[in-house]
Design a protein around this ligand. Structure first.
Ligand SMILES: Nc1ncnc2c1ncn2[C@@H]1O[C@H](COP(=O)(O)OP(=O)(O)OP(=O)(O)O)[C@@H](O)[C@H]1O
Length: 254
């Protein structure tokens, strides 16, 4: 019996009226290491109020992953407030933060992080299960098709190329239906051609109504962003559209 996918709810219906909003006010994240304090983030103000493809750029150690972890409710700031889709994460209970992780944000990692003992289909279904989607199997089949891997659904991670694994990881994130995608160096382990395909897939998500935040040290990737946020030593040192205007993905080189 073939089943059809229920119409996807509009982004705002799942995440509340403020859907894809990200708000950080005066955020510091300091780590005590022995006698010293590492200021991973130091007075960050950031407001993303529309769906967009946002690239956070900065050298190693500038605070990119720390920022992503705070936006994704995986970590809490030392001071300041982080609000996601209108919910103040810094005032939220643990269960409220868990709800945000389930229904608002999804992560994509540099090293894919697929479950090796699960097939591509099962990895993707996991995303739908965690987000408590109705009919997770139908959702998984739909998103695997959308990332062009419908025919590889029975394959395990070790049977897939790096680019295919990253597409499965993106499908797993999409299967949640969550409105905000956070990607930490998603092309870092891929060759240029495959990296470009992954960027195209991520850009398409922003164009279909999600907010996509990509952190990278690769300045070339920032050329295709709607907005580029530059971090240096835990501070935002630039925030705006790419210098020279947004480039087409086909014009990238690295
Ligand atoms: N748990 C921790 N304990 C101590 N210091 C930490 C911790 N997490 C991060 N840091 C420090 O905070 C700073 C920012 O780290 P972060 O990982 O956010 O940088 P990054 O820009 O993502 O770097 P990379 O590009 O190398 O991944 C670094 O100096 C790092 O060593």
């Amino acid at each position: 019996m073939s089943r059809t996918l229920e119409p996807r709810p509009p982004v705002d219906a799942r995440a509340g009226a403020q859907g894809t909003r990200i708000d950080l006010d005066d955020v510091c994240r300091h780590f005590g290491v022995g006698d010293t304090v590492v200021k991973a983030l130091d007075g960050v103000n950031l407001h993303v109020d529309d769906t967009a493809f946002v690239v956070v750029l900065g050298p190693s150690g500038s605070g990119k992953t720390t920022l992503l972890n705070l936006i994704g409710a995986l970590d809490a700031p030392t001071s300041g407030t982080v609000r996601l889709a209108g919910t103040d994460l810094t005032a939220a209970s643990r269960s409220e933060r868990a709800r945000i992780r389930r229904h608002t944000v999804s992560f994509i990692f540099q090293s894919f992080n697929l479950f090796p003992g699960l097939t591509a289909f099962e990895n993707v279904q996991f995303g739908a299960d965690v987000a408590e989607r109705t009919d997770p199997e139908v959702v998984a089949a739909d998103v695997l098709e959308r990332v062009g891997l419908g025919r590889r659904s029975g394959h395990f991670a070790h049977q897939l190329s790096g680019g295919e694994q990253q597409r499965v990881a993106i499908a797993r994130a999409l299967a949640t239906g969550n409105p905000i995608l956070l990607a930490d160096e998603p092309t870092g382990e891929l060759d240029f051609r495959t990296g470009v395909q992954i960027l195209e897939l991520l850009r398409a998500q922003a164009e279909s109504g999600k907010t996509v935040v990509v952190v990278t040290h690769n300045r070339e990737i920032s050329r295709v962003a709607d907005r580029v946020i530059e971090l240096s030593s835990g501070r935002i040192v630039a925030d705006g559209p790419p210098a020279g205007g947004r480039a087409a993905i086909a014009d990238l080189h690295w």
